[in-house]
Design a protein around this ligand. Structure first.
Ligand SMILES: NC(=O)c1ccc[n+]([C@@H]2O[C@H](COP(=O)([O-])OP(=O)(O)OC[C@H]3O[C@@H](n4cnc5c(N)ncnc54)[C@H](OP(=O)(O)O)[C@@H]3O)[C@@H](O)[C@H]2O)c1
Length: 323
């Protein structure tokens, strides 16, 4: 299997694998999903064995279930893993009620996260979003205090604007920005990506397959119970037109002897040294395919073709990323 290279997480940051393992879909979130627990643990362990050390979770993924899974998987091999945890989302009954980013709450969250993970220090700790309910200084300042106390190693942020990124980084150095990015969702190229690059902040890019659109497996119309139907991108004529775009990816994959998902991951990977594809994999069978994707390169002609067909805005309708 391919070896995954390591990159520094931000300027002078710790070395992490250039491919990250997203653990979210191993647990129920939004009242759906979750996978076989033994298979999830085996997937995490095989990822670690293969040199993927970056594990991504949130304390609200499965109400702590996801952290407990990771805790079981890393037992006895803490040093093999770099653990990234998001906090701040309040869920009840599969619905997100809002954010609670009060310093008092953050100090409460981290105690529970450390116990569930079975560790003393979280490597990367990040608010899942920022809002105006609590001053940014207080949110970031609280994580900075946790770093001083030794409960956290590095500060991360997620799903924020370029202005918020600059503000957060001015309060305490931000090591990584977690954000949705794919051929289908390129809105961050305007100002957020350049800001991260200027500030020397690594980009942990999730949703590379755009909720499965770019896997090449989707057919219109989607089954009535498909969660993607909540998003306009997957409804009616939008989906039909979007799947026509995906044909280009399928043809290129066939010519290159790979899969559309591999191309979707490879495209994100080749956008920069500081950009890490963060991919959900809930079973071991996903690992070889997605790891191989990290070795795929594009000719200038192939990149032109992809950039033309998947120009920013070419995919019709949005998902939760277009807020
Ligand atoms: N900061 C945030 O706001 C935020 C939001 C969403 C997600 N995240 C993080 O980012 C990670 C990735 O995000 P995501 O799950 O939305 O996007 P994703 O990585 O594009 O995954 C979407 C789906 O693609 C499937 N998949 C993976 N490899 C595949 C392959 N080779 N062929 C076909 N399908 C494949 C996965 O299936 P299986 O699960 O069945 O393997 C998953 O259901 C999450 O796990 C989470 O840790 C962060």
């Amino acid at each position: 299997m391919k070896t995954i290279p390591k990159i520094p997480l931000g300027n002078n940051g710790p070395l992490v694998s250039k491919l990250g393992l997203g653990c979210m879909r191993m647990s129920p979130v939004w009242g759906r999903g979750g996978s076989d627990e033994n298979e999830s643990i085996a997937t995490i362990q095989q990822a670690l064995d293969s040199g993927i050390n970056f594990l991504n979770t949130g304390d609200f993924y499965g109400s702590g279930h996801n952290e407990m899974l990771i805790g079981k998987a890393i037992k006895g091999r803490r040093d093999d893993a770099f653990i990234s945890v998001k906090f701040g989302a309040v869920f009840y009954g599969g619905q997100m009620l809002g954010l609670d980013l009060r310093p008092m709450s953050i100090k409460n969250y981290i105690n529970y996260s450390l116990v569930r993970l079975g560790i003393d220090t979280i490597d990367l700790y990040q608010p899942c979003r920022l809002d105006n309910s609590v001053p940014v200084e207080d949110v970031i300042g609280t994580v900075a205090d946790l770093i001083k106390e030794g409960k956290v190693r590095y500060l991360g942020v997620s799903e924020i604007t370029a202005d918020q990124l600059r503000k957060a980084n001015a309060i305490h150095p931000v090591a990584a920005l977690e954000i949705g990015y794919s051929l289908a969702d390129r809105q961050i190229e305007t100002d957020l990506l350049p800001a991260a690059r200027d500030l020397g902040i690594a980009v942990v890019a999730f949703a590379n397959t755009a909720e499965g659109l770019l896997t090449g497996d989707m057919k219109a119309p989607l089954p009535k119970d498909a969660y993607q139907l909540h998003f306009s991108r997957f409804q009616g004529s939008n989906l039909t037109k979007n799947l026509e775009k995906v044909e280009v990816l399928k043809q290129m994959a066939q010519q290159k002897g790979c899969t559309p998902t591999q191309l979707a991951i490879a495209w994100v990977n080749t956008q920069g040294e500081h950009i890490m594809p963060l991919v959900s994999m809930s079973r071991r069978t996903r690992l070889p395919e997605n790891m191989e994707a990290m070795g795929i390169t594009f000719t200038p002609e192939e990149l032109d073709l992809l950039n033309t067909h998947f120009a920013p805005g070419a995919i019709l309708g949005g998902t939760y990323l277009q807020r």
